[in-house]
Design a protein around this ligand. Structure first.
Ligand code: HEM
Length: 502
């Protein structure tokens, strides 16, 4: 009989090696089984063992996916390291899923990254069910009550625009990067609803929070994030961009917690001054219901999501709009003319001017179409087994909506690669809506801030162009390629805002 003492180090090493090999083989088999395409699932590009198609997402995934849809069809599948995913491309397919089967496509996938960041609570990442319904309802009613439902709210946006214009004036026509000023001004509109107050442009703490939050939006589309979703155990690795994502998320969480405490300290129950008060009222009223989803933690996640969803998107639309006005002076001139004609220079533009300013509307729509702020929207998941175009899509499947492919869908847009506001105008120059225009997505989870974003974009854009002529320094055109992340943003660029001679 072999005793413990008689086992040599070599034998121990061999035995350990055997155990490791068996363990790794089990992991590999498990992974390969996970990678099997479910029966009746849409076809797609051939995945690599273990990592599947993750590497294809490293650069311009929206463009790659549109190209793949030309080979495999508008609905095709990809394997994201064992996560069976369907990609929906083109307007017809997106409409079939998000509108015609809206409840079935209303969930969010329980991916490890989302679980870690928000525990699938809050609002934007929340699973479809009571928690989402409660949070969405409260957010929509608060946006109305503290925001665009109030007559004075438009004046508050105009006031913020004036702070923004004054800050630009300080550059006296010299070149500057407008990113920070636009971010501050845009985030303040959501801040008015969430905190009942704006933050000054020199509030470095708030700015830092927005900066690292926005870095996370970029990191969430990084290959490391996809790897973490496929292999959550990589959290133990001391390196990798996912670690930075977690560090930023923890910092944002603590900062928001402090902000929420500060803004709720003099709260009078049932007299809400802003979203946070309204949420705390709801929490009190439902305190005896064990099924209610309101909690301090979900409040922090929701506040964070509302801030970032509202800031990152609208800021980038404005940054692209400024860039394209400098790039196309003839388009800028037409907007100037329209402002001069309908508003003049004795007053600031108002939302009442919006229906009259059809060319300006066409320009803003074309910026949203062409620049594809959220090219892949936010990932969805199915709530039930379903059939689309004859394919079986099981419950819980991750769904990516390629909104970029809708805005570049040749069936609906002629010459989609061309920046042309005229495509939104009829032969009389009247603005005309386009069916395949979906920057805010469709269906149950469509953007909650659409109305607010449209108000902000119109007022910021027209007030800016009422006063300034936008041009590149010495006519030098910057890099026009988009910087990749969950949103598409321009690379940092310099602009000269020269006061117009009115
Ligand atoms: C031009 C600006 C904006 C664009 C292009 C945009 C785009 C989008 C898109 C594509 C989605 C994903 C919808 C889906 O899952 O199918 C979304 C969701 C969302 N957006 Fe926006 N958005 C903008 C502005 C805003 C603003 C200003 C807010 C609020 C302050 C906001 C709050 C949200 C929220 C909370 C969701 C998640 C909705 C849910 O899961 O129920 N967005 N947005």
């Amino acid at each position: 009989m072999t005793t413990l003492q008689s086992v040599s180090p070599k034998q121990t090493g061999t035995a350990l090696g055997g155990v490791v090999i068996i363990f790794l083989s089990i992991l590999l088999i498990r992974q390969l089984l996970k990678q099997r395409r479910p029966r009746g699932f849409p076809p797609g590009p051939t995945p690599l063992p273990v990592i599947g198609n993750v590497l294809s997402l490293v650069s311009e995934p929206h463009v790659y996916m549109k190209k793949q849809s030309e080979i495999h069809g508008q609905i095709f599948s990809m394997d994201l390291g064992g996560i069976s995913t369907i990609i929906i491309n083109g307007y017809d397919a997106i409409k079939e899923c998000l509108l015609h089967q809206s409840e079935i496509f209303a969930d969010r996938p329980s991916l490890p990254l989302f679980k870690k960041l928000t525990n699938m609570g809050g609002l934007l990442n929340c699973k479809y069910g009571r928690g989402w319904i409660e949070h969405r309802k409260l957010a929509v009613s608060s946006f109305r009550f503290f925001g665009y439902g109030q007559k004075t709210f438009e004046n508050k946006i105009s006031e913020e625009c004036m702070f923004f214009i004054d800050a630009i004036d300080e550059y006296k026509g010299k070149s500057f990067d407008p990113k920070h000023l636009i971010t501050n001004a845009v985030s303040n509109i959501s801040n008015l609803i969430i905190f009942g107050e704006r933050f000054t442009y020199d509030d470095t703490e708030f700015q830092h929070m927005i900066e690292i939050f926005s870095e996370n939006v970029e990191l969430a589309a990084n290959a490391w994030a996809f790897l973490y979703n496929a292999f959550p155990w990589i959290r133990i690795l001391p390196f990798g961009k996912h670690q930075r994502l977690f560090k930023n998320a923890a910092e944002v969480y603590n900062f928001l917690l402090k902000l929420i405490e500060r803004f709720s300290c003099n709260r009078v129950p049932h007299s809400p001054r802003h979203f946070i008060d309204a949420y705390l009222d709801e929490m009190d009223q439902n305190s005896s219901d064990p099924e209610a989803s309101y909690s301090k933690e979900n409040l922090i996640f929701t506040v964070g999501e509302l801030i970032i969803a509202g800031t990152e998107t609208t800021t980038n639309v404005m940054r692209w709009a400024v860039l394209y006005m400098a790039l196309y002076p003839n388009i800028q001139e037409k907007v100037h003319k329209e402002i001069d004609c309908f508003v003049g220079n004795n007053r600031t533009p108002t939302l009442e001017d919006k229906p009259k300013m059809q060319y300006t509307e066409a320009v803003l729509h074309e910026v949203l179409r062409f620049c594809n702020i959220a090219p892949l929207g936010i990932f969805h998941a199915t709530t039930k087994n379903t059939i689309v175009r004859g394919y079986n899509i099981p419950k819980g499947t991750t769904v990516i909506t390629n909104l970029y492919s809708v805005h570049f869908d040749e069936k609906y847009w002629s010459n989609p690669g061309l920046f042309s506001p005229e495509r939104f105008l009829d032969s009389q120059g009247n603005f005309c809506k386009k069916e395949a225009f979906v920057p805010f997505s469709l269906g149950r989870r469509h953007c909650l801030g659409e109305q607010l974003a449209k108000m902000e974009m119109f007022l910021f854009f027209t007030m800016l162009l009422q006063r300034f002529h936008l041009q590149f320094q010495n006519g030098l055109v910057p890099n026009l390629a988009a910087k990749l992340g969950m949103t598409l943003q321009p690379h940092p660029y310099l602009i000269c805002a020269v006061r117009r001679q009115l």
